[in-house]
Ligand binder design. Structure first.
Ligand code: FES
Length: 165
């Protein structure tokens, strides 16, 4: 049998690398389905058709099974998040460098908890485990773009920029 070659990442968005990392860590085994879908949910704030297809294809599970999981668990959302997504990395390296302060600042500024979207639909606040940029900790992803050595001030400035757009 020919070796299985996982499909290419859907886009350049760094968050796909995180999703891929979860699958790779599990050897692209089928039992990684729920964990991988969780990674998509926490990285992107929701799962769209492309994401579900990508995960199903990568793990070689029937698309219907992947959809079955997503619609069965209330934790998963098929609804798009806010116009912008702020993802704060809460992995060990980032945590040591003060990720908790970044999360607290974002929560206070946005008035929402991680995993939620502001009432006006502008910003979704997400948390990731490790985005693979530990040397630049603490890290936040602003619409998928990695920002290293993040400070509360920079984070608030980014939120202001989004507001002004
Ligand atoms: S722990 Fe944050 S990038 Fe690795």
């Amino acid at each position: 049998m020919a070796a299985f070659i996982p499909p290419p990442l859907p886009s350049e968005d760094k968050r796909w690398k995180i999703v891929n990392g979860t699958m790779r860590k599990n050897g692209f085994a089928r039992h990684a389905l729920i964990e991988t879908l969780h990674t998509v949910q926490s990285s992107f704030g929701y799962l769209d058709d492309d994401a579900i297809r990508f995960v199903a294809q990568s793990l070689r599970v029937p698309l219907s099974q992947a959809y079955g999981v997503v619609t069965f668990y209330h934790h998963f959302s098929l609804k798009p998040p806010g116009r912008h997504t702020l993802t704060v990395c809460a992995g060990t390296a980032c945590y040591i460098k003060g990720a908790d302060k970044l999360i607290a600042a974002a929560e206070e500024r946005l008035g929402i908890a991680p995993g939620k979207t502001t009432a006006d639909g502008e910003v979704s606040l997400m948390m990731a485990r490790c985005v693979g940029a530990c040397s630049r900790a603490p890290v936040a992803l602003c619409d998928g773009e990695v920002h290293g050595e993040m400070t509360c001030r920079h984070l608030c400035e980014q939120l202001e920029r989004w507001k002004a757009q």
